[in-house]
Design a binder for this molecule. Sequence first.
Ligand code: SF4
Length: 212
Amino acid sequence: MGVAVPPEYTPVMEALRQMHGVTMLERRSSPYDVLIATILSQRTRDETTERVFRDVKARWPDVTSLAAADEDEVDAVIHSIGFHRQKARAIIATAKQLEERHDGQVPSSMDELLELPMVGRKTANCVLVYGFAEPAIPVDTHVHRISNRLGWVETRTPEATERVLVELLPREHWLEINQLMVSHGKTVCQPQRPRCGQCGVAPYCARAGVAE
Ligand code: SF4
């Protein structure tokens, strides 16, 4: 009977690092900024999120001013992003909740983060990783797709992918995996046409579900 060979996490992460670099620590933001930006980013392109987030920060620079903001005004400022009405309501409610329950600070526990409006596991994990540098695995569409293609997981949903990855992936890789796979998913391992011929990860990849 053969012995199962564990997936080659470290060479894959090293190959991803070589292709895309490691910039997370350079780009580290405050937990509050990560939280608000990630709520705004849901189902929205990065460039649009960045612009809209800058506008929100310029008009309401901190938690106190955002908690007191008028919903119609916030909605007008973020109008170019999807679900702007829900997001306007959510970021104001989030700021209020931070003021009322957490002394204006963002909590650093998953359970407390999940109590905030429009905060699911992916957003909470982003706050932990990018705001607090706490090991966690934010699984978005890129992490979900690439983990499946690599053969690391065999899952249908990002939530299931996260559950498997936290069991399997050595903790030393948790802080980097989201950023590296997002970069990889945007430039090389794209949804429709993965560029396997130009991919440094190819020697370790099962290419599950990828057409020949
Ligand atoms: S070899 Fe192809 S499927 Fe595998 S990670 Fe690279 S681009 Fe994606």
